[in-house]
Design a protein around this ligand. Sequence first.
Ligand code: ADP
Ligand code: MG
Length: 346
Amino acid sequence: GVSIRLENCSKTFADGNRALQPLDLEIRAGETLVLLGPSGCGKTTTLRMIAGLEFPDEGGRILFGDEDVTRLPIEKRQVGMVFQSYALFPNMSVAQNVAYGLKVQKCAKAEIRQRVDEMLQMMELSHLAERKIDQLSGGQRQRVALARAIITNPRVLLLDEPLTALDAILRDRLRADIDRLLRSLGITAIYVTHDQEEAMALGDRIVVMDHGRVAQIGTPKQIYFQPQSDFVADFIGQINAFEGEVRDQWMTLPGGRLHCPHLADGEARVYCRPEDIELVDSDSVDAHLQGVVEQTQFVGDRNRLWLAGIMPRQVLVESSGRVEFAAGQRVGIHVRSEKMIALEPR
Ligand code: ADP
Ligand code: MG
């Protein structure tokens, strides 16, 4: 794979809508970079600029390695693409779809045959080689789309929400397959999704986007454990915000006190993930904060509990799925200071 650089790439559409603010981004050779953000934040536009389906505003530059590709159309960039909708040729067989790129490149028949066979084998599609696309399941179609995209050895693989249309179990399996595939190929890949879990599972690094800007770039762990803004903290998984006045290491809240040895006196805000909050008996000495269970949700491996009385907003806590809680029950919670996420004051 090749490294990719976007320099000062903004995008304003003909209707005057500025979808992307000036963006600088580097994708390292061989890495999987995930573009993550809510719908409309500019992920697809960024990907289409890298593909050569859109061009940046005046002054923007796109480099593949040392080569300036800013004005090259897609067919000259050697990119592979996979979309949410499969964009396969419905009247051709699986093998013909996979062979397509090699035919365009005018490869010899025998070579095409051999490379298609190998690719079908690698993608576990050999038994479906002669099937028509409309006789395949969604997951099988996405495997064909992947095979078709990588068979030509593209310099970069671009994937735009390839799993979004699939059901949960299939999505999980194909996600693991894509992870293995990208790693074994060592190809540079840019993967667009609005799903935080998918982003963390697949990305070497994640770019969190918000309204056409980069909100944060980092490894999945940096993004999850060290969000640098309210937006990132809120967008990546569930999080609770505790806000109040700190004095002598204790923050006073409606439901009690929170021990914050790392915070100076004054107004402050800290975040804590639901899985990092400990539930304790309400009369325990560790019950620094007291709340009432307002709603519970059993999701198998865990219970999710929404507590009232601790903050003006409900606090979300998770516990083992084997412990019973009832609405109306009083509980205590305990938050270890090392589990808290403190943001720079706004
Ligand atoms: P995402 O993929 O993150 O959902 P997009 O990149 O598709 O976001 O879109 C970003 C913004 O640009 C949105 O406000 C969208 O409406 C706008 N947009 C996308 N394509 C066009 C277009 N061809 N013309 C005008 N506006 C567009
Ligand atoms: Mg999109």
